[in-house]
Ligand binder design. Structure first.
Ligand SMILES: Nc1ncnc2c1ncn2[C@@H]1O[C@H](COP(=O)(O)OP(=O)(O)OP(=O)(O)O)[C@@H](O)[C@H]1O
Length: 312
């Protein structure tokens, strides 16, 4: 939700932290959402670029900043560190603007497209690669005792190689608490498939629904429009079983919709196997050169390697 009373700061505006005294120059708007406005910025004294997220008022963003700071201090390394890159959370401070004192945080700038746009541009086959990255990120969070909550295409940025990063930690909850923020279509409660307690299965359900939405959007739209009492796992099972495009992932999706996975890391591994098998099969069917299939497999292996390095 964007408020018209919430003006976008112009390029060239300098944001100077009240406490830490660092200055950042706004280069352009990256996006706006319910919790804040995100800008591409450059350090005033150096050339490094970051993304800077600013709340609209004193209270906005505070809980998101608290979660990020805790994750950071817990050393949830794989979530926050990519080899050579600065940590995801770079700095937290307040800025004094005409509208009052506003909290902001500075994070790694992720060059990529939201998941749905990435798939629209590259083709459905690439969904498998991006999905592996998403599930690995979720596995890291779950292992650290957190649940992402509001998984949606806009909260996932994917680069040209299919590497996916989660952004927007505003919906993250400690496992065992209630989910703070969710998007109806991906929400277990909306589909009468379980409660809104933050558990790893909640995120895996959301991932499954996200997959159905991106690859089989019309069927999901029709089912979501039915009366609440008609929305259930049986309905989702029919969509999954009938869909040609979902077929490579059908068994995996059914498991996630039914809440059967107790270990996100194992679920990510089995997804990754399905994704590479699917790519190999479809490139063989189309008579594509074998290297094309290998290119996907290499992308998956690179993701796995990066993850292994990050977790060491
Ligand atoms: N680290 C980042 N690197 C690049 N772009 C980013 C980054 N963080 C956010 N963005 C962009 O800014 C947009 C808004 O960010 P974000 O989703 O964090 O805001 P929000 O207010 O929490 O949104 P929502 O209403 O979805 O909860 C994103 O959709 C994305 O396009």
């Amino acid at each position: 939700m964007t408020m018209s009373s919430d003006p976008v700061l112009a390029p060239g505006t300098v944001i100077k932290g009240k406490w830490k005294r660092s200055s950042y120059v706004i280069q352009r708007l990256l996006g706006r959402g319910a919790n804040g406005t995100v800008y591409l910025v450059k350090e005033a004294q150096a050339d490094r670029q970051f993304a800077l997220k600013m709340g609209r008022n004193t209270l906005d963003l505070q809980s998101e900043i608290n979660v990020l700071t805790t994750l950071h201090s817990q050393g949830t390394k794989a979530v926050f560190q990519k080899d050579g890159d600065p940590s995801f959370l770079f700095e937290v401070d307040d800025v004094v603007l005409r509208s009052g004192e506003i909290p902001f945080y500075v994070m790694r700038y992720i060059k990529g497209d939201p998941l749905h746009r990435f798939v629209a541009a590259k083709g459905a086959e690439w969904y498998g690669v991006a999905g592996t990255g998403i599930l690995n990120r979720l596995a890291e969070l779950h292992q650290a005792g957190w649940v992402f909550g509001d998984l949606k295409p806009q909260n996932i940025l994917v680069n040209a190689y299919g590497e996916a990063e989660l952004i927007d930690y505003g919906g993250v909850s400690l496992a065992g608490r209630s989910v703070k923020q969710f998007t109806e279509w991906y929400d277990r409660g909306f589909w009468n498939a379980g409660n809104r307690n933050a558990d790893p299965q909640y995120d895996l359900f959301a991932f499954a629904l996200l997959t159905i939405h991106i690859l089989e959007g019309e069927s999901l739209k029709a089912a979501a429009g039915r009366l609440p009492q008609l929305r259930n796992t049986a309905e989702l099972t029919v969509i999954i079983r009938r869909s040609r495009v979902l077929r490579p992932y059908a068994e995996w999706l059914l498991g996630a919709v039914r809440g059967e996975y107790s270990d996100t890391r194992a679920a990510a591994r089995s997804w990754s196997r399905l994704a590479s098998a699917h790519v190999r099969q479809s490139s063989a069917k189309r008579g594509n050169p074998r290297w094309l299939g290998y290119a996907f497999t290499v992308s998956l292996l690179l993701l796995a390697g990066a993850l292994w390095i990050a977790l060491r």
